[in-house]
Design a protein around this ligand. Structure first.
Ligand code: DQA
Length: 147
């Protein structure tokens, strides 16, 4: 079965408790459950991981080679800082969709730039927890057309 890797970056383990006015009340566990269900109904396998550490995320992206056909990633704050995560995505050359719960373009200026966007197929942001589901659907659509 074709498999997708879902990666959640720093502080996303706090979803539900963390700035609920910005990120909503849904927990990471609930987001992952809905992604597992959605992937299942689309006929794809899915593995989800979260890390607060940049190097661990780089390792997980590298490990995806040969195991997964695409990556759905919310890099959290590393979106705006990490050349290493960007280079890992470019290096493994796996189709990647970038997602964010909040609309990063209407928040603080420092969130407007993404190091990840230029190496992603596309970016979905601003739909709360639904950004993940929409991102998964977009990735599956892309994989079906390009595999
Ligand atoms: C975020 C947006 C980032 O700017 C922020 O650092 C996060 C979460 C989002 O999902 O909206 O940690 O990626």
């Amino acid at each position: 079965m074709v498999s997708i890797l879902v990666l959640h970056g720093p502080n996303l383990n706090l979803l539900g408790k963390r700035e609920p006015g910005v990120y909503g009340s849904v927990t990471l566990e609930e987001i992952n459950q809905s992604l597992y269900q959605e992937a299942d109904s689309l006929g794809f396998a899915l593995v989800a991981s979260q890390s607060n550490h940049e190097g661990v995320l780089v390792d997980l992206i590298q490990d995806a080679m040969g195991k997964h056909s695409g990556i759905l990633i919310n890099p959290g704050a590393y979106t705006h800082t990490s050349v290493a995560i960007r280079d890992a995505i470019a290096g493994v050359n796996l189709p990647t969709v970038e997602v964010h719960l909040s609309n990063i373009h209407k928040r603080e200026e420092f969130r407007h730039h993404s190091y990840i966007a230029p190496v992603a197929i596309g970016q979905i942001c601003g739909f709360g927890a639904d950004s993940y589901r929409l991102g998964l659907q977009a990735l599956v659509h892309y994989l079906r057309q390009n595999m």
